[in-house]
Design a protein around this ligand. Structure first.
Ligand code: NDP
Ligand code: 8X3
Length: 246
């Protein structure tokens, strides 16, 4: 790919932030490879390659990456967006099943993807890894210990990776959003639409497109500029638990 047209790979592009990133980067004229488990929900487009992806399954990750590279060539930008929170149990009440799902998706999924993509970036002395973290990784809250821990892990993995990639020209960025209105809450509350609405009631959450704007800013900087991390909330939020509900 040339500097002007990049091959951008987005995990979890079937919904929310990933879908918004895909839409915006498609409009910029970039070539996209999009993955998620619900392939019927992946956005289609002229220069868009869609393929099944379960980031928790190494065979699926390998099949997805092989197909993406065959379709679109070397990956210029990897956006590790796929992720979820499941449940709001306290540690004392949890059975551990959702913990494993969150750790496998949010941490192992990022690692499965990144370790397979970075070697070719190092070889080409160009590339960009973007992580979608969360405000939860910086300011943990009750009833969310494992989700918060997974997002703190993403942040630390990015910091360490940036050190490892020092001198290679490969960039690493973390974008940590606050409350964004997506299907995130529906997933966290296990499909209970009434409970899922509550976090967004009487407040102005971010739109997925606002987060896509942050990713767009980071990846469109000149090649010598690395945006290390961005924390983004609406003016109605100053911490995970301090949300203005006027
Ligand atoms: P959505 O639920 O709307 O989207 C999540 C995406 O992740 C879906 O496309 C889903 O696709 C994908 N996904 C989940 N598990 C897997 C898997 N095993 N393999 C591949 N894809 C998977 O939520 P958001 O858009 O809000 O979430 C995107 C990211 O943003 C997550 O990492 C989340 O933690 C983070 N975030 C969200 C915030 C919010 O308030 N919404 C705030 C801060 C961070 P499918 O189910 O089809 O596989
Ligand atoms: C999602 C935002 O505050 O619900 O990461 O954890 S929060």
């Amino acid at each position: 790919m040339t500097d002007s047209r990049k091959h951008i790979l987005v995990t979890g592009a079937s919904s929310g932030i990933g879908a918004a990133i895909a839409e915006q980067q498609a409009a910029r004229g970039h070539v996209l490879s999009l993955g998620a488990r619900r392939t019927d929900r992946l956005p289609s487009g002229e220069r868009t390659f869609c393929h099944a992806l379960d980031v928790t399954d190494e065979a699926s990750v390998e099949a997805f990456l092989a197909a993406a590279v065959a379709a679109n060539g070397p990956i210029d930008v990897l956006v590790n967006n796929a992720g979820l929170a499941r449940g709001t149990e306290t540690m004392a009440d949890a059975d551990g099943v959702a913990w494993r799902e969150m750790i496998e998706t949010n941490v192992m999924g990022v690692l499965h993807m990144t370790r397979r993509v970075v070697p070719s970036m190092i070889e080409r002395r160009a590339g960009h890894v973007v992580m979608i973290g969360s405000i939860a990784g910086r300011l943990p809250y009750e009833n969310g210990s494992v989700y918060c821990a997974t997002k703190a892990s993403v942040r630390v993995i990015a910091q360490s990776l940036r050190q490892e990639l020092f001198g290679t020209n490969v960039r690493v960025t973390t974008v940590d959003p606050g409350l964004v209105e997506t299907e995130f809450s529906l997933v966290r509350f296990r499909g209970d639409a009434e409970k899922a609405k509550v976090p967004y009631e009487n407040t102005r959450p971010l739109h997925a497109a606002d987060v896509a704007d942050c990713v767009d800013f980071a990846i469109s900087r000149p090649p010598h500029v690395n945006i290390d991390d961005l924390l983004v909330t609406t003016t109605d939020q100053v911490s995970p638990t301090r949300v203005y509900r006027g």
